[in-house]
Design a binder for this molecule. Sequence first.
Ligand code: SF4
Length: 509
Amino acid sequence: MEFSSGRAKLKQARLLGDRRELYPHSLQFYLDPPMENISLGEFESFAIDRLKLLKVVENLGVSYVRGSDTYKTKLESELRKLKFPYRALAEDDYEARRKDHISHFILRLAYCQSEDLRRWFLQQEMDLLRYRFNELTESLRQKFLQHVNLSFEAVSEDLKNELENELCTSTPGFSMNKVKEQMYYKVGLADAVDLFRARRVFIKDGFAYVPLKDIDAIVLNNYRTKLSKALALTARSLPSIQSDERLQPLLNHLSHSYVGPDYSVQKNTGKISLEQIDALSVKSFPLCMRQLHKALRDNHHLRHGGRMQYGLFLKGIGLTLEQALEFWKKEFIRGKVDADKFDKGYAYSIRHNYGKEGKRTDYTPYSCMKIIMSNPPSQGDYHGCPFRHSDPDLLKQKLQAYKVPPSGITQILELVKGMHYQLACQKYFELTHDVDDVGFSLNHPNQYFTESQRLLSGGRELKKELSNSGNSQQKSNSQESMNSNSTPTSSNRTADAELEGLEAYFTED
Ligand code: SF4
């Protein structure tokens, strides 16, 4: 009781300070950064929620026609779930608008750090704005346009009647009746350049005559220009942010972030036998891990980046420490490494990954974002994400070799071209599992594996196949994992930071 009345008072106090006026619209161009103090906890939770939202925007944009009923319903449901503004100018959604404002600026900081990140962030923010703008009623659109200084002059009824033939022929899909119904605006050519290029607008005396339904293209163009500039400016201020030791790890984590379980709880520990791995690599491994497994079998060796990425993945799918040691050793001694060298040089890092050496951190498997964004492979490496790091021709060959149908390969390559690497991987999942809709948003190689196993076993968990070596480890590992999972985001962060240390330390190829 006391708690809720305290929160109510706090909210009231904020409102009394006229903070509500900060957000007169449910929609904004995010021109001014937030000026209030917020806790690190709020900073992190707002940012993670926006990241979840933008990932849904990306996923929906590829899976459905933007603006279709399903697209809109799904996006609205996500906005509601994450408590962002979802209904145009709904009353009393100050908290949602505040969260929208602050979270945008936090992700702007995290996603200004490289060209790839900036492009991804810009695309998703544009799609989000497009959806929200199109949800506004006509009068609210007008208000919003005035608010962002895009108040275009409305074409008078008399002038519209005079020009109705020209307007009808220059506006694709418009009948004469439609021209009569719609408001038209006089827009400067610089603002209507996309419509002008696509020959979809009537031009007279240096003005484009744009129907209300096409105003969104202009608004988006304007927003894109502003946000691109803002991202470039923010990137320039990075050095000062990078010196802030509270913010930098958080921002780095966000731009490599995976929002979901970290697969540190190894529910399946000991349930997989070493003999199953070859078959599993074909049926249930994502392409990155299938590639690493094949390279290991072919060359009896993997370089450091590959061992880290694949070793932690295998740990995540349930290999015990004893199994991992046996697995790597058996393979390495078939190549140029003898048993003694393996024990001295390589076994340490495997035990380290399982939290048995060094700082005894129970390391978590890499997420897709981490694999895609950091440590790109060089010559002789097999780690990384094939959708991100492989040459398109090589990727095509690989997919052909894995019997992906030609039409599917074309779809995958299109997604790769648009830099939707995880969606390309989802498409690969659909094609190799013969399903129409993957039904989940892919963010983690271990998630791919779990979903594949769930599907192949008809919704059941992995069949338990205990191996002797695995059994004794299971209990202690689960216990460690439970501990490390109690604060997932911070533990991820710590693990990430410590892993960097380990990577630097263990550089032997
Ligand atoms: Fe692996 Fe993720 Fe790339 Fe798929 S998208 S290949 S799971 S890194």
